[in-house]
Design a protein around this ligand. Structure first.
Ligand SMILES: [Zn+2]
Length: 97
């Protein structure tokens, strides 16, 4: 048994998307966005520029749970989507010199 091999059907994905919509309205999520930090590139953004990202995508059997969703900037979100989950690495944050 490997949970990453689980292929969700359309109904599973629809339910998880509904959960995501509700979670986005929660105080927990608003607190996370208020910090204004992208989970992947660690850059700072206004809360309005952060989107909810599933670390394990729904299409790969990921769930809408607090330990699987992170605030993510639009750039990382679109870059991540264009890569396979396991292959994608965020750009390293700029070094402080
Ligand atoms: Zn980012």
């Amino acid at each position: 048994m490997n949970e990453f091999m689980y292929i969700p059907d359309d109904e599973d994905i629809r339910l998880e998307k509904n959960k995501a919509r509700e979670l986005r309205r929660s105080p927990w999520w608003k607190r996370k966005c208020a910090k204004g930090v992208c989970y992947y590139c660690k850059n700072h953004f206004p809360a309005s520029d952060l989107t909810m990202d599933h670390i394990v995508p729904l299409s790969r059997g990921g769930k809408t749970e607090k330990n699987n969703v992170v605030p993510c900037c639009k750039k990382c979100n679109s870059e991540k989507k264009s890569h396979l989950f396991m292959d994608w690495q965020p750009a390293a944050p700029p070094e402080n010199k």
